[in-house]
Design a protein around this ligand. Structure first.
Ligand code: NAD
Length: 352
């Protein structure tokens, strides 16, 4: 099969890890007889430097016209000035909006050989296999009004937590779809004891639950979910939640796996162009040293094969190669080893 993939390596370690994921995809292409056509574009700080904008209209149009997008990471101290007229993260928000990706999927699995890298007790980590589905384009991060003003001599700041029913419905339905191929359990996380938007969320989730009797649906308050993610993470399977709760819970969940460098993500919408990226940032502290762990990006490319291209066998092959490498003791610096980014990818490619 033939697919067009736009690469947005971005800043810091982004180009280092994306380059290795491309080598893995090329191996998959030759082994399984596919044609992956890569086109590379600038996004983030590097695009600000070259074009004065974190993402240009042309780059966005190229992404929209491809079959999927693989992103490294954006940002870094060079572009951190809060008064700057554009920032790398703005490009990311524009990209998500432009692609219409409303659900961010973050799987968290703990490899048995890496249990000691996690701060949690080993017995708590047995059987952890979670996928968090975070609503990505609504809620507190986007609701209007969003203002800061002086009121009777006192400064006042306002953010708005706003959801339309359709925004909740589509992301919860996606979570149920995912649950069908897994342990058939959805945990819907809200704050329905306090928030009106959460009461609507819970009601919509319940209705979807009734229409899918083969899936077990459980409602959990976000404070309880945050606690149980640490005290009993194996209890969760598919977790679905609104934007800000998801932002916080996914970072908490990433700690379970031991290193940020291990975890992939997929952002999906109704359109077919998905956005795939590791959960970590541009890691300026190690950028240019060639020691970043490429696994988060390599596993993101596996998610691309599964969700955008429906190449399940190939996706599973990449995941199995990563698993085997970790089992065999293949380790980059963040996992307590000494292998370079390139050597890590070589070990994975050799096992494909
Ligand atoms: P970070 O994820 O870049 O780094 C946190 C720590 O994890 C660092 O010590 C880093 O060296 C380490 N780390 C991250 N990825 C690694 C990998 N693949 N292998 C080995 N170690 C790895 O987070 P930060 O330091 O808070 O942010 C740095 C920059 O990245 C900031 O400008 C931030 O805005 C940006 N950022 C971008 C994204 C994105 O592009 N989606 C996400 C988060 C942060």
């Amino acid at each position: 099969m033939n697919f067009k993939i736009t690469l947005l390596p971005g800043d810091g370690i982004g180009p280092e890890v994306v380059g290795e994921a491309v080598r893995v995809l090329e191996k998959v292409a030759s082994k399984y007889n596919h044609d992956f056509n890569f086109q590379e574009r600038l996004m983030g700080g590097c695009s600000i430097d070259k074009y004065g904008k974190s993402i240009t209209d042309e780059t966005l149009a190229d992404c929209q016209a491809s079959d999927s997008v693989l992103l490294g990471a954006v940002g870094g101290p060079k572009w951190d000035d809060p008064n700057a007229k554009d920032r790398p993260e703005r490009g990311l928000l524009a990209l998500r909006k432009g692609l219409g990706v409303f659900a961010n999927l973050r799987p968290v699995k703990v490899h048995p050989a890496l249990i000691d890298a996690s701060p949690l007790k080993p017995e708590k980590l047995k059987g952890v296999d979670i996928i968090v589905v975070r609503e990505l384009t609504g809620g507190l991060y986007f609701g209007q009004p969003k203002t800061r003003e002086m009121v009777a001599g006192k400064e006042r700041a306002v953010d708005t937590l706003e959801y339309y029913d359709y925004e909740i419905k589509r992301v919860v339905e996606l979570a149920f779809q995912l649950a069908k191929g897994r342990r058939k359990k959805v945990t819907s996380v809200d704050k329905a004891n306090i928030l009106e938007s959460s009461r609507m969320w819970r009601q919509i989730a319940s209705n979807i639950g009734k229409a899918n009797p083969d899936i077990e649906l459980e409602h959990t308050l976000v404070d309880t979910a945050a606690m149980r993610l640490i005290t009993a993470p194996a209890w969760m399977d598919v977790v679905v939640t609104e934007n800000m709760f998801g932002d916080i819970l996914t970072d908490e969940a990433s700690v379970l796996a031991g290193s940020m460098g291990m975890l992939p993500s997929a952002s999906l919408g109704q359109a077919t162009v998905g956005l795939y990226e590791p959960i970590h940032g541009s890691a300026p502290d190690i950028a240019g040293k060639g020691i970043a762990n490429p696994i988060g990006t390599i596993l993101s490319s596996a998610m691309m094969l599964r969700h955008s291209f429906k190449l399940e066998v190939e996706a599973t092959a990449i995941e199995a190669a990563v698993d085997a490498a970790i089992t065999d003791g293949v380790r980059s610096a963040d996992l307590g080893g000494a292998l370079t980014t390139r050597q890590m990818a070589d070990e994975i490619i050799n096992r494909l």
